[in-house]
Write a protein that binds this ligand. Structure first.
Ligand code: FAD
Length: 415
Protein backbone atom coordinates (compact mmCIF):
# COMPACT_ATOMS: atom_id res chain seq x y z
CA UNK A 1 0.00 0.00 0.00
CA UNK A 2 1.23 3.49 -0.79
CA UNK A 3 0.16 6.96 0.23
CA UNK A 4 1.54 10.49 0.09
CA UNK A 5 1.03 11.33 3.78
CA UNK A 6 0.51 8.73 6.45
CA UNK A 7 -0.91 9.99 9.74
CA UNK A 8 -0.61 7.69 12.72
CA UNK A 9 -3.42 8.24 15.21
CA UNK A 10 -7.01 9.34 14.61
CA UNK A 11 -7.29 11.65 17.60
CA UNK A 12 -7.98 15.39 17.34
CA UNK A 13 -4.44 16.18 16.13
CA UNK A 14 -4.40 13.42 13.52
CA UNK A 15 -7.92 14.13 12.24
CA UNK A 16 -7.20 17.86 11.89
CA UNK A 17 -3.98 17.08 10.06
CA UNK A 18 -5.85 14.71 7.74
CA UNK A 19 -8.44 17.35 6.86
CA UNK A 20 -5.86 20.00 6.08
CA UNK A 21 -3.75 17.61 4.01
CA UNK A 22 -6.72 16.31 2.03
CA UNK A 23 -7.94 19.88 1.44
CA UNK A 24 -4.55 20.49 -0.16
CA UNK A 25 -5.23 17.70 -2.62
CA UNK A 26 -2.87 15.17 -1.08
CA UNK A 27 -3.58 11.46 -0.77
CA UNK A 28 -3.81 10.86 2.99
CA UNK A 29 -4.02 7.61 4.89
CA UNK A 30 -4.74 7.66 8.60
CA UNK A 31 -3.89 4.62 10.69
CA UNK A 32 -5.73 4.04 13.94
CA UNK A 33 -5.05 1.23 16.40
CA UNK A 34 -8.63 1.25 17.71
CA UNK A 35 -11.68 0.12 15.78
CA UNK A 36 -13.12 3.64 16.08
CA UNK A 37 -11.50 7.11 15.87
CA UNK A 38 -11.14 9.76 18.59
CA UNK A 39 -11.78 7.54 21.58
CA UNK A 40 -10.09 9.96 23.96
CA UNK A 41 -11.87 12.90 22.38
CA UNK A 42 -15.14 11.23 23.43
CA UNK A 43 -14.26 11.49 27.14
CA UNK A 44 -12.99 15.07 27.07
CA UNK A 45 -14.69 17.66 29.25
CA UNK A 46 -16.63 14.84 30.97
CA UNK A 47 -18.20 13.99 27.62
CA UNK A 48 -18.85 17.64 26.73
CA UNK A 49 -15.45 18.39 25.12
CA UNK A 50 -13.94 21.73 26.06
CA UNK A 51 -12.52 22.18 22.58
CA UNK A 52 -10.64 25.45 23.00
CA UNK A 53 -10.28 28.54 25.14
CA UNK A 54 -11.75 31.67 23.62
CA UNK A 55 -8.76 33.95 24.08
CA UNK A 56 -6.29 35.81 21.91
CA UNK A 57 -3.31 33.85 20.67
CA UNK A 58 -0.96 35.98 22.81
CA UNK A 59 -2.76 34.95 25.99
CA UNK A 60 -2.68 31.28 25.06
CA UNK A 61 1.04 31.54 24.28
CA UNK A 62 1.65 33.06 27.75
CA UNK A 63 -0.38 30.30 29.37
CA UNK A 64 2.09 27.70 28.15
CA UNK A 65 5.02 29.44 29.87
CA UNK A 66 8.30 30.65 28.38
CA UNK A 67 9.73 27.45 26.86
CA UNK A 68 6.62 25.82 25.43
CA UNK A 69 5.13 29.25 24.66
CA UNK A 70 8.13 30.24 22.54
CA UNK A 71 7.84 27.00 20.57
CA UNK A 72 4.06 27.26 20.13
CA UNK A 73 3.89 30.97 19.38
CA UNK A 74 4.05 30.75 15.57
CA UNK A 75 1.63 27.86 15.50
CA UNK A 76 -0.89 29.56 17.79
CA UNK A 77 -0.87 32.77 15.77
CA UNK A 78 -1.23 30.76 12.54
CA UNK A 79 -4.17 28.73 13.88
CA UNK A 80 -5.53 30.61 16.87
CA UNK A 81 -8.56 29.85 19.06
CA UNK A 82 -10.59 32.09 16.74
CA UNK A 83 -9.39 29.99 13.78
CA UNK A 84 -10.48 26.85 15.63
CA UNK A 85 -13.93 28.36 16.13
CA UNK A 86 -14.12 29.30 12.43
CA UNK A 87 -12.86 25.85 11.47
CA UNK A 88 -15.57 24.07 13.44
CA UNK A 89 -18.15 26.52 12.16
CA UNK A 90 -17.09 25.53 8.63
CA UNK A 91 -17.60 21.88 9.65
CA UNK A 92 -21.16 22.74 10.71
CA UNK A 93 -20.55 22.45 14.46
CA UNK A 94 -22.24 25.08 16.60
CA UNK A 95 -20.20 26.08 19.65
CA UNK A 96 -20.83 28.02 22.85
CA UNK A 97 -18.35 30.01 24.93
CA UNK A 98 -18.93 29.91 28.68
CA UNK A 99 -18.25 32.84 30.98
CA UNK A 100 -14.77 31.61 31.86
CA UNK A 101 -13.76 31.40 28.17
CA UNK A 102 -14.11 27.62 27.82
CA UNK A 103 -15.68 26.62 24.50
CA UNK A 104 -17.98 23.61 24.17
CA UNK A 105 -20.12 22.25 21.35
CA UNK A 106 -23.59 23.82 21.69
CA UNK A 107 -24.98 20.27 22.01
CA UNK A 108 -22.60 19.54 24.95
CA UNK A 109 -21.70 16.29 23.18
CA UNK A 110 -18.04 15.43 22.56
CA UNK A 111 -19.27 12.96 19.93
CA UNK A 112 -20.44 15.88 17.78
CA UNK A 113 -16.89 17.30 17.71
CA UNK A 114 -15.51 13.95 16.68
CA UNK A 115 -18.21 13.37 14.07
CA UNK A 116 -17.68 16.84 12.57
CA UNK A 117 -14.00 16.01 12.03
CA UNK A 118 -14.64 12.49 10.73
CA UNK A 119 -17.38 13.55 8.34
CA UNK A 120 -15.24 16.25 6.77
CA UNK A 121 -12.24 13.93 6.51
CA UNK A 122 -14.35 11.26 4.83
CA UNK A 123 -15.87 13.79 2.44
CA UNK A 124 -12.39 14.85 1.42
CA UNK A 125 -11.47 11.25 0.63
CA UNK A 126 -9.14 10.55 3.55
CA UNK A 127 -8.39 6.84 3.63
CA UNK A 128 -8.98 5.35 7.12
CA UNK A 129 -7.32 2.16 8.31
CA UNK A 130 -8.85 1.10 11.64
CA UNK A 131 -7.74 -1.66 13.97
CA UNK A 132 -4.21 -1.28 12.59
CA UNK A 133 -1.64 -0.54 15.26
CA UNK A 134 1.64 0.64 13.79
CA UNK A 135 4.52 -1.23 15.38
CA UNK A 136 7.55 0.35 13.73
CA UNK A 137 8.50 3.14 11.31
CA UNK A 138 11.62 2.91 9.21
CA UNK A 139 12.94 5.13 6.43
CA UNK A 140 14.64 4.01 3.26
CA UNK A 141 16.06 6.86 1.17
CA UNK A 142 13.04 9.18 0.99
CA UNK A 143 10.29 6.69 1.72
CA UNK A 144 8.86 5.83 5.13
CA UNK A 145 7.77 2.26 5.80
CA UNK A 146 5.04 2.01 8.39
CA UNK A 147 4.77 -1.47 9.79
CA UNK A 148 1.18 -2.53 10.42
CA UNK A 149 -0.45 -5.97 10.52
CA UNK A 150 -0.48 -7.82 7.18
CA UNK A 151 1.28 -5.50 4.73
CA UNK A 152 3.35 -2.37 5.34
CA UNK A 153 2.37 1.09 4.20
CA UNK A 154 4.80 3.22 2.17
CA UNK A 155 4.57 7.00 2.53
CA UNK A 156 6.51 10.08 1.47
CA UNK A 157 5.69 11.83 4.72
CA UNK A 158 4.60 10.69 8.14
CA UNK A 159 2.80 12.62 10.86
CA UNK A 160 3.01 11.06 14.29
CA UNK A 161 -0.15 11.99 16.21
CA UNK A 162 -0.30 9.10 18.64
CA UNK A 163 -0.97 11.11 21.81
CA UNK A 164 0.73 10.54 25.17
CA UNK A 165 0.47 8.01 27.96
CA UNK A 166 -2.64 9.09 29.82
CA UNK A 167 -5.80 7.01 29.73
CA UNK A 168 -4.18 4.04 27.93
CA UNK A 169 -7.57 2.37 27.53
CA UNK A 170 -8.31 4.97 24.84
CA UNK A 171 -5.43 3.57 22.77
CA UNK A 172 -2.63 5.88 23.90
CA UNK A 173 0.28 3.79 25.09
CA UNK A 174 3.21 5.99 24.19
CA UNK A 175 4.04 4.31 20.86
CA UNK A 176 4.84 7.69 19.33
CA UNK A 177 7.77 8.09 21.72
CA UNK A 178 9.30 4.79 20.53
CA UNK A 179 8.80 5.80 16.89
CA UNK A 180 10.42 9.18 17.56
CA UNK A 181 13.40 7.59 19.34
CA UNK A 182 13.91 5.05 16.58
CA UNK A 183 14.08 7.89 14.06
CA UNK A 184 16.72 9.73 16.10
CA UNK A 185 14.63 11.98 18.37
CA UNK A 186 15.04 12.66 22.07
CA UNK A 187 12.02 12.25 24.30
CA UNK A 188 11.96 14.23 27.54
CA UNK A 189 10.87 12.55 30.75
CA UNK A 190 7.16 11.87 30.80
CA UNK A 191 5.09 12.64 33.89
CA UNK A 192 1.44 12.83 34.84
CA UNK A 193 -0.12 16.28 34.49
CA UNK A 194 -3.60 17.56 35.27
CA UNK A 195 -3.98 14.70 37.71
CA UNK A 196 -5.27 14.27 41.29
CA UNK A 197 -2.73 14.74 44.09
CA UNK A 198 -1.95 12.28 46.87
CA UNK A 199 -1.43 13.63 50.39
CA UNK A 200 0.71 12.45 53.28
CA UNK A 201 -2.15 13.07 55.69
CA UNK A 202 -5.05 10.68 55.56
CA UNK A 203 -7.77 13.12 56.68
CA UNK A 204 -8.87 13.90 53.06
CA UNK A 205 -10.18 10.31 53.03
CA UNK A 206 -12.70 11.27 55.75
CA UNK A 207 -14.12 13.85 53.34
CA UNK A 208 -13.87 11.68 50.20
CA UNK A 209 -16.49 12.57 47.62
CA UNK A 210 -17.17 16.04 49.05
CA UNK A 211 -16.85 18.76 46.42
CA UNK A 212 -16.11 22.42 47.15
CA UNK A 213 -17.06 24.92 44.47
CA UNK A 214 -14.10 27.27 44.64
CA UNK A 215 -10.84 26.82 46.50
CA UNK A 216 -7.57 28.67 46.10
CA UNK A 217 -4.60 26.33 46.24
CA UNK A 218 -1.16 27.79 46.95
CA UNK A 219 2.32 26.35 47.03
CA UNK A 220 5.85 27.66 47.14
CA UNK A 221 8.36 26.07 44.80
CA UNK A 222 11.94 27.28 44.53
CA UNK A 223 10.88 30.39 46.44
CA UNK A 224 8.21 31.14 43.86
CA UNK A 225 4.60 31.35 44.97
CA UNK A 226 2.18 29.44 42.75
CA UNK A 227 -1.57 29.58 43.07
CA UNK A 228 -4.46 28.03 41.19
CA UNK A 229 -8.18 28.21 41.86
CA UNK A 230 -11.27 26.26 41.03
CA UNK A 231 -13.45 23.41 42.15
CA UNK A 232 -11.90 20.80 44.44
CA UNK A 233 -13.03 17.36 45.50
CA UNK A 234 -11.60 15.31 48.34
CA UNK A 235 -10.59 11.77 47.43
CA UNK A 236 -9.61 8.61 49.35
CA UNK A 237 -5.95 9.54 49.14
CA UNK A 238 -5.89 13.31 48.61
CA UNK A 239 -7.54 15.89 46.40
CA UNK A 240 -8.82 16.22 42.83
CA UNK A 241 -10.96 18.60 40.75
CA UNK A 242 -10.03 21.29 38.19
CA UNK A 243 -8.19 23.64 40.61
CA UNK A 244 -6.09 20.71 41.84
CA UNK A 245 -5.39 19.43 38.33
CA UNK A 246 -3.97 22.81 37.37
CA UNK A 247 -1.79 22.79 40.52
CA UNK A 248 -0.54 19.29 39.61
CA UNK A 249 0.95 20.73 36.41
CA UNK A 250 3.21 22.93 38.56
CA UNK A 251 4.07 20.26 41.14
CA UNK A 252 4.59 17.18 38.97
CA UNK A 253 8.26 17.91 38.16
CA UNK A 254 9.02 18.33 41.87
CA UNK A 255 7.28 15.25 43.17
CA UNK A 256 9.56 12.29 42.54
CA UNK A 257 9.08 9.75 45.32
CA UNK A 258 12.46 10.35 46.94
CA UNK A 259 11.86 14.07 47.56
CA UNK A 260 10.22 15.67 50.58
CA UNK A 261 6.48 16.35 50.38
CA UNK A 262 5.38 19.73 49.05
CA UNK A 263 3.31 21.84 51.41
CA UNK A 264 0.21 23.39 49.89
CA UNK A 265 -2.51 25.45 51.50
CA UNK A 266 -6.21 25.39 50.76
CA UNK A 267 -8.17 28.62 51.02
CA UNK A 268 -11.92 27.97 51.26
CA UNK A 269 -12.80 31.67 51.05
CA UNK A 270 -10.68 32.64 48.03
CA UNK A 271 -12.56 35.78 47.06
CA UNK A 272 -11.83 37.68 50.29
CA UNK A 273 -8.43 38.78 51.58
CA UNK A 274 -7.26 37.31 54.90
CA UNK A 275 -7.81 40.45 57.03
CA UNK A 276 -11.15 41.31 55.42
CA UNK A 277 -12.28 37.71 55.87
CA UNK A 278 -11.33 37.83 59.56
CA UNK A 279 -13.50 40.92 59.99
CA UNK A 280 -16.38 39.48 57.98
CA UNK A 281 -16.34 36.21 59.90
CA UNK A 282 -16.20 37.98 63.25
CA UNK A 283 -19.18 40.13 62.26
CA UNK A 284 -21.08 37.10 60.97
CA UNK A 285 -20.50 35.19 64.20
CA UNK A 286 -21.37 38.22 66.36
CA UNK A 287 -24.56 38.93 64.40
CA UNK A 288 -25.66 35.31 64.66
CA UNK A 289 -24.59 34.56 68.20
CA UNK A 290 -27.49 32.16 68.80
CA UNK A 291 -26.96 30.18 65.61
CA UNK A 292 -24.86 27.01 65.61
CA UNK A 293 -21.41 27.49 64.15
CA UNK A 294 -21.90 24.57 61.80
CA UNK A 295 -24.99 26.22 60.29
CA UNK A 296 -23.19 29.51 59.79
CA UNK A 297 -20.38 27.76 57.94
CA UNK A 298 -22.92 25.81 55.88
CA UNK A 299 -23.89 29.12 54.26
CA UNK A 300 -20.71 29.02 52.18
CA UNK A 301 -19.21 25.54 52.66
CA UNK A 302 -20.51 21.96 52.46
CA UNK A 303 -21.57 20.84 55.94
CA UNK A 304 -18.99 18.01 56.12
CA UNK A 305 -16.19 20.48 55.42
CA UNK A 306 -17.54 22.93 57.99
CA UNK A 307 -17.60 20.21 60.67
CA UNK A 308 -14.09 19.12 59.71
CA UNK A 309 -12.73 22.68 59.90
CA UNK A 310 -14.33 23.22 63.31
CA UNK A 311 -12.69 20.03 64.60
CA UNK A 312 -9.33 21.15 63.15
CA UNK A 313 -9.70 24.45 64.96
CA UNK A 314 -10.48 22.56 68.14
CA UNK A 315 -14.00 23.95 68.52
CA UNK A 316 -17.24 22.15 69.05
CA UNK A 317 -19.32 22.67 65.90
CA UNK A 318 -22.54 22.16 67.85
CA UNK A 319 -21.86 25.29 69.88
CA UNK A 320 -23.62 28.52 69.07
CA UNK A 321 -21.48 31.32 67.64
CA UNK A 322 -21.72 33.33 70.85
CA UNK A 323 -20.03 30.52 72.79
CA UNK A 324 -16.92 30.56 70.61
CA UNK A 325 -13.80 31.84 72.41
CA UNK A 326 -11.65 34.47 70.71
CA UNK A 327 -8.83 31.96 70.34
CA UNK A 328 -11.09 29.29 68.79
CA UNK A 329 -12.52 31.90 66.39
CA UNK A 330 -9.00 32.83 65.28
CA UNK A 331 -8.11 29.17 64.72
CA UNK A 332 -11.30 28.57 62.77
CA UNK A 333 -10.65 31.57 60.51
CA UNK A 334 -7.08 30.35 59.95
CA UNK A 335 -8.30 26.85 59.07
CA UNK A 336 -10.77 28.25 56.53
CA UNK A 337 -8.21 30.57 54.91
CA UNK A 338 -5.08 28.41 54.96
CA UNK A 339 -5.53 24.71 55.61
CA UNK A 340 -2.16 22.99 55.13
CA UNK A 341 -1.76 19.71 53.28
CA UNK A 342 1.44 17.83 52.37
CA UNK A 343 1.54 16.43 48.84
CA UNK A 344 3.70 13.36 48.34
CA UNK A 345 2.95 12.41 44.75
CA UNK A 346 0.55 12.65 41.87
CA UNK A 347 -1.75 9.79 40.96
CA UNK A 348 -0.45 7.52 38.17
CA UNK A 349 -0.05 8.80 34.61
CA UNK A 350 -2.82 6.45 33.45
CA UNK A 351 -5.22 8.66 35.44
CA UNK A 352 -3.80 11.94 34.19
CA UNK A 353 -5.61 14.19 31.76
CA UNK A 354 -2.42 14.84 29.82
CA UNK A 355 1.21 13.76 29.66
CA UNK A 356 3.88 16.28 30.57
CA UNK A 357 7.06 15.70 28.57
CA UNK A 358 7.34 14.03 25.19
CA UNK A 359 9.16 14.50 21.90
CA UNK A 360 11.77 17.18 22.55
CA UNK A 361 10.86 20.57 21.06
CA UNK A 362 14.50 21.35 20.38
CA UNK A 363 14.53 18.97 17.43
CA UNK A 364 11.33 20.17 15.81
CA UNK A 365 10.93 23.14 13.52
CA UNK A 366 8.29 25.35 15.24
CA UNK A 367 7.08 26.85 11.96
CA UNK A 368 6.37 23.48 10.33
CA UNK A 369 6.29 20.79 13.06
CA UNK A 370 8.79 18.93 10.89
CA UNK A 371 11.66 17.01 12.40
CA UNK A 372 15.01 18.78 12.19
CA UNK A 373 16.62 15.34 12.15
CA UNK A 374 14.49 13.29 9.78
CA UNK A 375 13.04 15.24 6.80
CA UNK A 376 9.46 14.32 5.96
CA UNK A 377 8.64 13.37 9.56
CA UNK A 378 6.16 15.58 11.42
CA UNK A 379 4.63 15.57 14.91
CA UNK A 380 1.28 16.87 16.13
CA UNK A 381 -0.64 16.91 19.41
CA UNK A 382 0.10 15.49 22.82
CA UNK A 383 3.06 13.36 21.65
CA UNK A 384 5.05 16.62 21.70
CA UNK A 385 6.64 17.95 24.89
CA UNK A 386 3.78 20.40 25.45
CA UNK A 387 1.05 20.42 28.07
CA UNK A 388 -1.38 23.13 29.04
CA UNK A 389 -3.73 23.77 31.95
CA UNK A 390 -7.41 22.83 32.06
CA UNK A 391 -9.72 24.98 29.96
CA UNK A 392 -9.44 23.75 26.34
CA UNK A 393 -5.76 24.61 25.90
CA UNK A 394 -4.64 21.05 25.21
CA UNK A 395 -7.10 20.45 22.40
CA UNK A 396 -6.26 23.87 20.96
CA UNK A 397 -2.67 22.67 20.66
CA UNK A 398 -3.80 19.48 18.91
CA UNK A 399 -5.75 21.49 16.34
CA UNK A 400 -3.00 24.09 15.86
CA UNK A 401 -0.13 21.63 15.51
CA UNK A 402 -2.25 19.30 13.35
CA UNK A 403 -3.20 22.12 10.98
CA UNK A 404 0.34 23.47 10.80
CA UNK A 405 2.09 20.14 10.28
CA UNK A 406 0.06 19.31 7.23
CA UNK A 407 -0.16 22.74 5.71
CA UNK A 408 3.60 22.65 5.24
CA UNK A 409 3.63 19.02 4.16
CA UNK A 410 1.09 20.00 1.51
CA UNK A 411 3.19 22.96 0.35
CA UNK A 412 6.14 20.62 -0.10
CA UNK A 413 3.96 18.21 -2.04
CA UNK A 414 2.68 20.84 -4.47
CA UNK A 415 5.93 22.73 -4.98
C1 FAD B 1 -10.56 12.41 30.77
C2 FAD B 1 -9.93 13.45 29.87
C3 FAD B 1 -10.58 14.64 29.66
C4 FAD B 1 -9.99 15.63 28.85
N1 FAD B 1 -10.68 16.78 28.62
C5 FAD B 1 -10.12 17.74 27.85
C6 FAD B 1 -10.84 18.93 27.53
O1 FAD B 1 -12.02 19.06 27.86
N2 FAD B 1 -10.19 19.88 26.83
C7 FAD B 1 -8.89 19.74 26.39
O2 FAD B 1 -8.36 20.65 25.78
N3 FAD B 1 -8.23 18.58 26.61
C8 FAD B 1 -8.81 17.58 27.31
N4 FAD B 1 -8.14 16.42 27.51
C9 FAD B 1 -6.82 16.22 26.86
C10 FAD B 1 -7.04 15.82 25.39
O3 FAD B 1 -7.97 14.77 25.33
C11 FAD B 1 -5.72 15.39 24.74
O4 FAD B 1 -4.81 16.44 24.88
C12 FAD B 1 -5.95 15.08 23.27
O5 FAD B 1 -6.90 14.05 23.10
C13 FAD B 1 -4.65 14.66 22.61
O6 FAD B 1 -4.95 14.49 21.25
P1 FAD B 1 -3.98 13.73 20.27
O7 FAD B 1 -4.64 13.74 18.94
O8 FAD B 1 -2.61 14.25 20.38
O9 FAD B 1 -3.93 12.25 20.84
P2 FAD B 1 -5.11 11.26 21.25
O10 FAD B 1 -6.40 11.91 21.38
O11 FAD B 1 -4.57 10.55 22.41
O12 FAD B 1 -5.20 10.30 19.98
C14 FAD B 1 -4.12 9.49 19.59
C15 FAD B 1 -4.65 8.33 18.77
O13 FAD B 1 -3.55 7.58 18.29
C16 FAD B 1 -3.87 6.20 18.34
N5 FAD B 1 -2.62 5.44 18.40
C17 FAD B 1 -1.69 5.47 19.38
N6 FAD B 1 -0.66 4.66 19.07
C18 FAD B 1 -0.96 4.12 17.87
C19 FAD B 1 -0.30 3.17 17.01
N7 FAD B 1 0.88 2.63 17.33
N8 FAD B 1 -0.87 2.84 15.83
C20 FAD B 1 -2.08 3.37 15.48
N9 FAD B 1 -2.77 4.24 16.25
C21 FAD B 1 -2.21 4.62 17.43
C22 FAD B 1 -4.69 6.06 19.61
O14 FAD B 1 -5.50 4.91 19.57
C23 FAD B 1 -5.50 7.36 19.60
O15 FAD B 1 -6.74 7.19 18.97
C24 FAD B 1 -8.72 15.40 28.27
C25 FAD B 1 -8.08 14.18 28.48
C26 FAD B 1 -8.67 13.20 29.28
C27 FAD B 1 -7.96 11.89 29.47
Amino acid sequence: METEICIIGAGPAGLTAAIFAAQGGVHVTIIEGNTTPGRKLMVTGAGRCNLTHNARAAKVVRTFGPVQGRFLSYCLYKFSPQDVLNFFDSLGLKTRTEQDGCVFPASDRAGDVRDALINRAKKLGVHFLYDKRATKITKEVDTFIIHIPKEPLYAKKVIIATGGLSWPRTGCTGDGYSFARSLGHKVTQTRASLVPLVSLEDWPGQLAGTPVENVRISARINNKKIATAGALIFTDDGIGGPGVLDMSRHLTDYLPAEKAPIEITLDFAPNVEQSAFGKEMTELLNNNSKKKIVNILAEFLPKRIGIFLCKRAGCNYELSAGQLTKDARKKLIAAIKALPLSIVRTREIAEATVTRGGVSLKEIEPKTMESKICPGLFFAGEVLDVDGPCGGYNLQICFSTGALATSVAVQKHTS
